[in-house]
Design a protein around this ligand. Sequence first.
Ligand SMILES: [Cu+2]
Length: 510
Amino acid sequence: MKCVVVDYNATANIYARPVEGVVMVVDLDRMAIIGYRDRAVFMVPKAEGTDYRADKVGPPFTGPAAPPGVVVQPDGRGFHVHGHLVKWANWEFHVGFDMRAGTVISLASVNDTDAGGLQRRVLYRGFVSEIFVPYMDPEEEWYFHTFTDAGEYGLGALASQLQRGADCPANAVYMDGYYAGSDGKPVKAEDVICLFERYAGDVAWRHTNGIGLGGLFSEVRPDVTLVVRMVVTVGNYDYTLDSEFKTVGSIKIVVSLSGILEMKAINYTHVDQIREDTHGTLITENTIGVYHDHFVTYHLDLDIDGTRNSFIKNNIVPKRNTGVRATGGAPTPRRSYWTVLYEVAETEAEGQVNINSAPADLLFVNPSKKTKIGNEVGYRLIPTGATATSLLADDDYPERRASYTKKQVWVTPYNKSEKWTSGLYAEQSTGDDNLAAWSKRNRSIKDEDIVLWYTVGLHHVPYQEDFPVMPTISGALEVRPSNFFERNPLIRTKPPENSPNCSCSIGGSA
Ligand SMILES: [Cu+2]
């Protein structure tokens, strides 16, 4: 194992004072240093200003302060936990713990009140398969900083004990996790998962009517959601991993990044001194925050209203108005518009999508089930920011291991051995056991039990605000009902009690 050297005698921020230029190789079996190289000498950054603990940054606490808030649920919690089975509003799902994947959501189904209260399956199983974090400095002390966090360390094994009232709000309930320690003995990971209802002041649907039968009125339904959260601290980085269930039938999957940058010592104290590519940003004196990526890849075994699904690309394509009805146009002043071209992905090659290449709605449908008016029952994928893909060369060693990061979307037929996208043994992987390698078989994905692999990706160029600890930044995806229900499933949701926005006139007719 390669080891770098830091000086943490004068600060709790162990990443802030690297002894740059020194790298060692440690034989973990012999517990011996078998290689040592001191390539160059750099200034060790100062300790002052690196600590982020409350008693070191204050008092006085001169930072911005919002007044504290409270969560009030006058009727109590709206969800029930039976063992690991959770029931809330129109959702039922199972919450599990895995030392490699962290939280595992399985058997998620949504209740369809318009279909007589039928419980309809959405997700068979979903979890984080890998977090790949390659750094962009090719130098001797840095080239090997290309982490596969789940495969090397285990997200569940590194899950942090959630801080009550801070990591999760006051109305949260907590779950423990258990796993086998390195000595084979069971390890209890206390309070590593929390569940809470979120009242964020958002609107599920609304409309203000101005004219006609009802006159002037507003109908508003608040959006209340249920969040399942785990925080994983992988060395310097902290990932908050949320699955948010919405009454509209969506599951929003969010990763929020905080923690501490990996820092490189340098002799410069001002950007004017820098002539060469330092592979990062000068974020404080003598300190470079090194460029890197975060690729968080989810394994989502969707079962949309049943096991056999197909992957549909509704390609959004521009059209020229021909001006002639016989060719699909209209004799109007409009010159262009867009329309949707429906495409079924037959095999895995057609299931690989770079979502930034062309506009399309990506759907997972059950071809054997249709709505009353004939649309295929489905869910669509909605990427929400953070859609970066890897820019590394295909023949670069970390990229061979994580070549799937060239595209955000892969769809494969379910195979029980295909769980870990960088391979079962990610650390030793040479790329022959990863998602891209499996997909080379180009199996059929039409009307099969298929799996969506989605990668949330960020190119992280550090900025000074990321020091000494980084404010949270997020990326997400959502899977949302799309012709799954016969209509808006919230249409018969009762407005809140005593709401001024429930079918009450807010003025006279226009
Ligand atoms: Cu980062």
